[in-house]
Design a protein around this ligand. Structure first.
Ligand code: ADP
Ligand code: ZN
Ligand code: ZN
Length: 758
């Protein structure tokens, strides 16, 4: 994270006559309005309505002053107030301005990302509408509905699975349906709605209590103690600093966080604890909650499934200083703290910290920014830190402490790399399992120990090719192949959602030799079940986890030993701690290695180390089998030896050669539209303008097609900017944007410090 600080310094004169205002639609303007007596005092951070070129516009008060040099006759009056007082305390106001500039995002979208809608709109009401089925529903009603209105049938089936009324808007949002679908069900008398006062505790969603093992806090290991002592002395000294807690998987990083949090709470400070995805970190969240709640702390879990009202509630609790710990995913970084004293970012290397829609901010980087503003300690924890972070450690910007051993002298797992070219398995298992992996799985089943199989691709088969005519099954709307889903024998596009019944012969030449190839998690699951008919096999991926609570239920069953083999995607790659897992199989390490992304090696290294981290966390040593066609690829070999420094050396050298991040920042610009020629034309023209305006310090690459050239019938072309000074580059790019007239049918976006590069 680099970048200069924001441009807005809120001026606060409580009874001031004039408001300095930024219209939400025009983040670049700063205007002065008079505050009518009735609306005084007006605080910075308040959302108001002002007249602007003949319209009424929403605007944010960024400062309040007594005198202004704007001539009196040009000053107009504030028309009204939108929010109930200030929604953004001064530090968040500054942050909003910094984000709008750094990430080139409209201030309106930044404010929307920061402040929950009900708070923005000054709605105090905490009501929500629940929906439930009017039982009983007969099978034939459902069948008829299925034919006449499949969306309604889908919703009805979902509601039938629920044991109690459920938030209507949440369900509609999750199922991506419009309100009319629910209304129709209600009109037909199949469902009913009811408006209730919201339950305050619901933001503390019942989390996996069983995940909490043991009772009192354990004695720290020597390494933990050293790390804690160092960090605690930095923390208690006060002032901004950023530290990397680099601890191997199972080294007890969470325990170090907990101690730091306890100390902070003793002093009456607030803590922000960020995790990449709440739903995927049930164990961590449960541990933090149970430990801290027992000390009387008020812990808010900032869940992505919170309704707008719940979010607003949590927001108010924190703002009032009643909640002292906030555990949450990236958007929790905007919580309006009163006395923030510590920030922790767990698994700081995770791409999930990057928001992939405007404002495209990085949760970790914004967290560091907040720590800077509050002058407090920020701890970044990971077993596989991002190269950007390691680079900052090397440059002396961040401090670092290390945990090199697992707790209780548990061994790091033994890692086998299997060359799939030689071991190309035959017969059973469809070539997915090397003899070594099969042998080890058999052994674990005999011993009653558990196995995790990992493959980062869902569905059954992923490519289909006709040997007679060469026809390849592709999405008609995107430049990717379709994936076969065996569960309902349909093929789907994982990008745009297109789906169709899977053909059994070639749609082009009708050849029956037409075959599906490539494996996804469904195929792994099927092959394992066939190989070991008596084993209890369960699959966990985005398809199976669509059902409410499925993820948590499966993890609970796995913990209880009711599952022998767990098959899954990246969902199960990280953070989970199951003592009885002694074998992890990475079915295809090449998937992440051969992506068109300069971070492919880094991701592969991280993936192997993280996946291995799930093995051997109990008293028995663990093993890992990594299958690959390229066994000598450096990330695989470095991961096998757990050689972080070696990997870092080599990878940094490569990055430096090409001047890729972390040596420079990458700003990615994507043009998108249905007319391929037109977007190329626009991109070329942009590049010309940019070249003139940006000068020599910024290197421009492109225009070039994005790795996936077409998504949902829109073509995509990109430009890359490499720069050492994001702020000034962003500023100039924003200027070009203002002057450049994008033709109809062409969309454009910027992604500063881009992570996802598809
Ligand atoms: P990491 O986050 O570094 O992968 P965890 O914090 O999940 O590791 O710790 C791994 C396991 O070790 C957990 O089950 C935790 O309860 C346990 N543990 C942590 N510290 C200690 C300790 N000092 N003594 C005993 N067990 C510990
Ligand atoms: Zn054919
Ligand atoms: Zn598609």
């Amino acid at each position: 994270m680099q970048g200069e600080l924001g441009v807005i310094t809120p001026t606060i004169v409580e009874k001031g006559k004039y408001a300095e205002v930024v219209p939400l639609s025009r983040g670049d303007l700063r205007l002065t309005y008079e505050i009518p007596k009735a609306l005084r005092p007006l605080l910075p951070g308040t959302l108001i309505i002002v007249p602007l070129v003949g319209k009424r516009e929403k605007a944010l008060v960024v400062g309040v002053v007594d005198v202004t040099d704007v001539p009196a006759k040009r000053i107009r009056q504030v028309s009204g107030i939108l929010s109930e007082g200030s929604v953004l305390p001064p530090d968040l106001l500054k942050l909003a301005s910094w984000m709008a500039g750094y990430y080139m995002a409209p201030l309106r979208l930044v404010v929307e990302a920061m402040v929950p809608a009900p708070v923005r709109e000054g709605k105090g009401e905490k009501r929500e509408t629940l929906i439930e089925v009017v039982r009983p529903i007969e099978e034939k009603t459902l069948d008829a509905l299925n034919k006449a209105a499949p969306r309604q049938a889908e919703l009805l089936r979902f509601l039938l699975d629920q044991t109690q009324p459920i938030g209507r808007n949440l369900v509609l949002k999750r199922m991506n349906m419009s309100a009319s679908v629910a209304e129709s069900l209600v009109e037909k008398g199949l469902a009913r709605c009811e408006s209730v006062s919201r339950v305050r505790e619901s933001y503390q969603d019942g989390l996996d209590a069983e995940a909490v093992l043991g009772s009192g806090p354990p004695d720290l290991t020597e390494e933990q103690d050293a790390a804690f002592t160092q960090l605690e002395s930095v923390r208690s000294e006060g002032g901004f600093s950023c530290w990397l807690l680099h601890g191997v998987t199972g080294s007890g990083k969470t325990e170090v966080y907990l101690r730091l949090m306890e100390k902070t709470l003793e002093e009456g400070g607030q803590v922000l604890f960020l995790v990449p995805e709440i739903a995927l970190a049930p164990q961590t969240v449960a541990r933090v909650r149970s430990r801290l709640i027992s000390t009387g702390a008020n812990v808010v879990v900032w869940h992505s499934n919170l309704s707008a009202g719940e979010r607003a509630d949590a927001f108010r609790e924190i703002g009032a200083g009643r909640a002292n710990v906030v555990v949450g995913a990236r958007s929790a970084v905007f919580a309006p703290f009163q006395k923030l004293k510590l920030i922790l970012v767990d698994e700081e290397h995770e791409p999930a910290y990057k928001q992939e829609e405007t404002p495209r901010y990085h949760g970790r980087d914004v967290a560091i920014m907040r720590a800077f503003e509050w002058k407090v300690l920020c701890v970044l924890g990971s077993a596989t830190p991002a190269l950007e972070t390691l680079y900052n450690v090397r440059a002396g910007k961040f401090g670092t402490v290390k945990l090199t051993k697992r707790v209780d002298d548990r061994q790091m797992p033994l890692l086998h790399v299997v060359d799939l070219r030689r071991a190309r398995a035959s017969g059973k298992g469809g070539g997915m399992f090397s003899p070594l992996l099969r042998e080890k799985m058999t052994d674990r089943l005999e011993k009653g120990e558990q196995t995790i199989l990992f493959l980062n691709r869902r569905g059954y088969s992923t490519t289909a090719l006709c040997p007679s005519c060469g026809y390849v099954v592709q999405c008609p709307h995107c430049s990717v192949g379709l994936t076969l889903h065996r569960t309902d024998n349909r093929m789907r596009c994982h990008l745009c959602g297109y789906e169709k019944e899977a053909p059994t012969y070639c749609p082009e030449c009708r050849s029956p030799d037409f075959k599906w190839k490539g494996s996804g998690t469904q195929k792994v699951e099927a092959a394992v079940s066939k190989m070991f008919p008596h084993a209890r096999v369960v699959r966990l991926d985005a398809d199976s986890a669509r059902k409410r609570n499925h993820f948590r239920a499966v993890l609970q069953n796995f913990r209880k030993g009711k599952i022998d083999i767990l098959v899954g995607t990246q969902m199960i790659a990280k953070g989970l701690d199951f003592p009885n897992v002694t074998l992890v199989g990475l079915i295809d390490a090449d998937l992440s290695l051969h992506q068109e992304d300069f971070r492919a090696a880094e991701r592969t290294f991280q993936l192997i180390v993280q996946v291995s981290g799930r093995s051997g966390r109990g008293d028995r040593a663990g093993e890992v089998v990594v299958q690959t066609l390229t066994p000598h690829a450096p990330p695989i070999q470095f991961a096998r030896r757990q050689d972080f420094d070696g990997f870092l050396e080599e990878e940094l050298q490569l990055r430096e050669e090409f001047r890729y991040p972390p040596f420079r920042h990458l700003i990615r610009q994507v043009f998108q539209g249905r007319n391929e020629e037109k977007i190329w034309f626009v991109a070329e023209k942009w590049a010309e303008n940019a070249e003139k305006s940006l000068g020599e310090e910024v290197e421009i690459r492109g225009p070039a097609p994005t790795p996936i050239e077409k998504v949902a019938d829109e073509y995509r072309v990109q430009l890359w900017y490499f720069t050492s000074a994001v702020r000034s580059t962003s500023y100039r790019l924003a200027k070009i944007t203002q002057e450049f007239e994008l033709p109809d049918g062409v969309k454009m976006m910027f992604d500063v410090d881009a992570v996802g590069l598809r």
